[in-house]
Design a protein around this ligand. Structure first.
Ligand SMILES: [Zn+2]
Length: 493
């Protein structure tokens, strides 16, 4: 059985998971916390969310920047909060962001974190009062998806105690880590806590039975005083990631009953695709936490939730336009209700490795760095958001082509590192282009009227360009590389 580490800082080494997803690093709560859960008497209560008002919870997002000043896509945060709210809707709990995102500058041990002690140092320094403090950091080096502190534990004190540490690799769309860690933050243990370490332990391990009157020698239920203390979450013993569709090794309890964990619970360690719910008692415990350990999160004034606003319409650059690679001007229509816009520009349809990922109050953005490659097609999209409602989608993906940078210098072929030959050829001959320098070169062949006849990419070394179908005449081949270009005239006979 995998042992979990305490978050009290007594143990400094970190457990890592073999799974690429990583796991949760939240240890079982202390006995005082289990006593709190028992004191709620949940087995005698019925959950009726319709009688309960929605609890609105302020949340602060902290981005731990890495040495490249980056944390994760802004749209991940918005989607993560949106999905969190969908998962918590049956609980009657709603989270909203407090502007702005808090960017924590890079320093060794911040991002990626070196361990829990680094996380605690950061929380002690940056936690705000009376909000859920959520930190996003690269936790892959320590093999974790996230961890959180139970009420009345963790760094800091009073209304700024504890928080949630989220791994950026587990904060993308369709991940359940955020809901899971928020569950811990709002008092929920794992369903396997106190059972997984020894499923035959006479008092700690949760029995399978829910009968209060088992005939001797069978033991009667202990679900309210063992395991996670919830009688509507089955006994669970799997404290490592598991696939809901794969049968686990059979494990029995003290009655000899087979323990059958419930993969649908967010608080289990089943894979993300398996989980889709909190149990009624878990929901009641989380709500009760706002009257005890997290009472400071309840505010008397609650912001209005704007949930309806239109998508933006993009104005510039127009679809398919070619624009200077170092002077890309983006513009879109303002949308009523939007506090901010997330602008993303990338070569990839998935917007991986974005060239631009920025959050703006304005509806324009000028990109004037020189990192776009002339001749390459880029995609861009805009997502309007406000801090209280983050579920808006992005608008249509538009494309444009990066052209020659403004102010690009025209070099001689020698200075560019290119030789083009022969300069007089027939249309079934190949044009030779030899490039002596590294890096991709975009070429265009233009006719005398300026029309592009053909174009493409070339790499370092000797290569050829076919001229099949070319009419007789004078042509210009233009080579572009990172803001410099050269031209060479040639004749097709
Ligand atoms: Zn956990």
């Amino acid at each position: 059985m995998r042992r979990f580490l305490t978050l009290l800082g007594l143990i400094t080494s970190l457990s890592t998971f073999a799974q690429n997803q990583g796991g949760c690093g939240t240890a079982a709560p202390d006995s005082a916390h289990f006593a709190f859960l028992e004191s709620l008497g949940l087995n005698n209560l019925a959950f009726n969310p319709e009688n309960d008002t929605v609890i609105r919870v302020p949340m602060k997002a902290h981005f731990l920047l890495n040495s490249s000043n980056y944390c994760m896509p802004f749209s991940y945060l918005m989607t993560a909060v949106c999905e969190l709210n969908r998962k918590y809707e049956p609980s009657g709990i709603f989270f909203y962001l407090i502007p702005e995102i808090n960017y924590i500058p890079f320093q060794t041990g911040n991002n990626p974190l070196g361990g829990y002690s680094d996380g605690s140092r950061v929380m002690s320094q940056y936690n705000l009062d009376s909000v859920v403090n959520v930190y996003f950091s690269d936790l892959a080096p320590i093999g974790l998806c996230g961890y959180a502190f139970y009420p009345n534990s963790g760094p800091g004190s009073g209304a700024r105690r504890g928080g949630i540490m989220m791994g950026t690799g587990c904060s993308g769309p369709s991940n359940t880590t955020f809901a899971h860690e928020m569950g811990h933050y709002l008092s929920l243990p794992h369903p396997f806590d106190r059972t997984a370490s020894n499923p035959l332990h006479p008092t700690n391990a949760e029995l399978v039975t829910r009968s209060a009157n088992e005939p001797a020698p069978r033991r009667s239920r202990n679900c309210a005083t063992a395991g996670d203390r919830f009688c509507d979450t089955p006994s669970d013993y799997i404290d490592d990631r598991w696939n809901c569709n794969v049968p686990q090794v059979v494990t029995v309890d003290l009655n000899g009953d087979t323990i059958r964990p419930d993969a649908t619970l967010y608080m289990s360690y089943s894979n993300d695709v398996c989980a889709n719910r909190f149990s009624p008692q878990q929901m009641m415990a989380m709500r009760a936490t706002f009257n005890s350990g997290r009472s400071y999160l309840r505010r008397t004034t609650i912001p209005a939730i704007d949930s309806n606003f239109n998508r933006v319409s993009q104005i510039s650059p127009a679809e398919g336009d070619t624009i200077p690679a170092n002077f890309a001007y983006f513009q879109w229509n303002a949308v009523q209700g939007a506090d901010r816009y997330i602008l993303e520009v990338s070569r990839s349809p998935m917007f991986n490795l974005p060239l631009v990922d920025t959050i703006l109050q304005d509806t324009t953005f000028l990109y004037n760095l020189n990192r776009m490659l002339p001749g390459v097609t880029y995609r861009w999209r805009v997502r309007p958001i406000n801090w209280r409602y983050t579920c808006s989608g992005t608008d249509t993906i538009r494309t444009f082509r990066a052209g020659m940078p403004l102010g690009a210098s025209i070099l001689s072929p020698e200075d560019f590192g290119a030789s083009v030959y022969p300069t007089v050829l027939s249309n079934n001959e190949l044009l030779n282009v030899n490039l002596s320098e590294e890096g991709q070169v975009f070429y265009r062949i233009l006719a005398t009227d300026g029309k592009v006849v053909t174009s493409g990419n070339l790499n370092q070394g000797p290569q050829t360009v076919g001229l099949a179908g070319f009419r007789s005449g004078v042509y210009l081949i233009q080579l572009e590389r990172n803001g410099s270009l050269t031209r060479q005239k040639f004749i097709v006979r």
